[in-house]
Design a protein around this ligand. Structure first.
Ligand SMILES: NC(=O)c1ccc[n+]([C@@H]2O[C@H](COP(=O)([O-])OP(=O)(O)OC[C@H]3O[C@@H](n4cnc5c(N)ncnc54)[C@H](O)[C@@H]3O)[C@@H](O)[C@H]2O)c1
Length: 258
């Protein structure tokens, strides 16, 4: 596998500014690091941007708060002069059937996973319209296209992200703004570590997560980062309105149990 820091493409995204929500951990942090290694200016909008390494710009922002998001995007534009790429990655999980969570929890999760994306995109659109080649990449999930047990609320939020990706792609194609999403399977991030820590038997829970993906393993954060950078790459100027599954074959394959 190529190391982006030594790769011959290392500076191919120079001149671009990428904004990544939830970029202080997991998939977002891996994506921020890859954009930076490929020469882009990177701004991370996160509840807790304390650990974001320079020269990336870490901005404290809560995607559930319109003023906070607008101020953060203004700060990025003031610092970097514009926004070319927006990665809507900030998200939270929820477990249970449709009966399990009370309506306040439904509102809370939708507020982050769906309305958070709406707020950030609306705040960034004026700058994206001024960009020479603009792209929005939304971080969706396998749950948008496959029914998994005990994920009713989370699935509803990500199903909405998938539909909204296509709708936004249609709305903004004439403005030169491409909109795509990536649909990861189970990715080895701090989120999954927390989930395993809370399980009665973390070892068998991890085995269950691995074995439901036909490749037999969790997806690496770097794989999702590479997919996001690919979807955002200005040279992929015909790529819009798509959902890219990076899920170990989970959504598309029917492999008999061995
Ligand atoms: N890990 C997986 O298996 C997996 C699979 C499919 C999709 N995803 C999606 O990938 C995205 C990132 O997941 P991850 O596993 O890297 O999670 P993570 O918990 O490691 O990171 C999430 C980041 O989002 C930030 N965040 C949360 N709420 C926020 C808010 N209101 N405002 C701003 N920032 C906020 C957190 O501070 C954190 O830095 C999420 O949208 C998630 O739904 C993850």
């Amino acid at each position: 596998m190529n190391d982006p820091t030594t790769d011959s493409r290392a500076n191919d995204l120079a001149g671009l500014t990428a904004v990544i929500t939830g970029g202080a951990s997991g998939i977002g942090a891996a994506t921020a690091a890859l954009f930076a290694a490929r020469g882009a200016r990177v701004a991370v909008l996160d509840l807790d941007p304390g650990g974001v390494p320079g020269p990336m710009l870490g901005v404290r922002a809560d995607v559930t708060d319109d003023d906070s998001v607008t101020a953060a995007v203004d700060e990025v534009v003031a610092a970097f002069g514009g926004v070319d790429v927006l990665v809507n990655n900030a998200g939270i999980g929820a477990s249970g059937t449709v009966e399990a969570n009370d309506l306040d929890e439904w509102r809370r999760v939708l507020d982050v996973n769906l309305l958070g994306l709406v707020r950030t995109t609306r705040a960034a659109l004026p700058a994206l319209r001024r960009a020479r080649s603009a792209a929005v990449v939304n971080v969706c999930s396998i749950v948008a296209t496959a029914g998994l047990p005990d994920r009713a609320l989370y699935s509803a939020s990500k199903g909405a992200v998938l539909s909204l990706t296509r709708a936004m792609a249609a709305d903004h194609v004439d403005e030169g703004i491409r909109v795509n999403c990536v649909c990861p399977g189970t990715v080895d991030t701090p989120w999954i570590s927390r989930l395993l820590d809370a399980a009665d038997d973390p070892g068998s829970e991890l085995e269950a997560l691995r074995s439901r993906q036909p490749t037999g393993g969790l997806v690496g954060m770097d794989e999702i980062a590479r997919s996001i950078v690919y979807l955002a790459d200005p040279r992929m100027c015909s790529l819009t309105g798509t959902d890219l599954a990076v899920d170990g074959g989970m959504s598309g394959l029917r492999v008999p149990r061995r």
